[in-house]
Write a protein of this length. Sequence first.
Length: 379
Amino acid sequence: MAEDVVFEPDRLEGAPHPRDTVQLYGQIDAEQRFMDAFNAGRLHHAWLLTGPKGVGKATLAWRIARFLLTQETDQGGMFGEPEKPTALDVDAQHPVLQRMVAGSEPRLFRITRSVNPTTKRLRDMIVVDDVRELGRFLSMSAAEGGRRAVIIDAADQLNTQAANALLKMLEEPPALTTFLIVAHQPAGLLPTIRSRCRELRLATLSPADMAFALEGAGLEAGLDEQATAALGVLSGGSVGAAARLMQLEGLEIYAELVGIFQSLPQLDRPRVLKLADHFAMRGAEERLDLLLNLLETLLFRLARAGVASAASMSPAHPAEAELFARLSPNANAARNWAKLSDSLLARARHGRAVNLDPAALILDTFMRIQRSVAEVSAA
């Protein structure tokens, strides 16, 4: 009999699960804000961990959970108060950590998208039954005493019924229970949920922190310094986005886009046709979406170069400086690239939505780019 498939929607493909990721890079400020609240006796019952995808929100949630579940609730004693902790780091041999890794810690509850028992497929949303399970956990674990931690990853995926069920629990929080709620787009949550949480916003990663984070996640194999820097630029400082770029050959795709733009205003049509045929192949849908995202990035960088100068921008490709100086030398060119970006990408997304032939979509997009560059050059 085949083994059951274990679904972990809160785990980045090719990287360790956040519960197994001990080190968090680039988020010292967020950790310190939490530690300050804890040490001051102002530990809020619900923390909303926000910021772009892939910057370490789930890893921080698990770090906080490990820390809280290893802290004594009674800090007094005959020798006075113990020394206050200065960081979230916990002894790796602590039995709580061993139980968390094994998934057997009775004072921790995790909510993610679950498997539909009928279809045996992972649901697209977190449903109300998942949150009701939390209610049962809280009622049973209360008898054991001590702190409890609840990790919700991600709150953006709560459907309406699940969000309302969670709200009721946040309105009447159980004693010694801390909710750690990951949210990529907090503006989309119920205002009443946001108002009952203290926000802890995480920053995008610097190039140095990105390199450390990729190495820690085992994703840096074969990358040189230039490639790591390019990943940092194209991912917007998100390890999750960087991992996706690596898995889908994003650096190679971006290099091809830069190469095609270098042929403008003439346009290397054979190269564009080859690109179109490649991304029209069956099974290339995800890479096609990435191609359009990277094209959007390149157009944005061209527009930015016209007003900020290419020299002030971190490079994502060695040929960018010359390309930007030639195609976007001033603010007028920058405005043209920004306008072209808006119209092209709206058209491309509509084409994807109506299942337009990918090859025709790509060819049409580059032909429009060529015409726009030619018109600007002739003006």
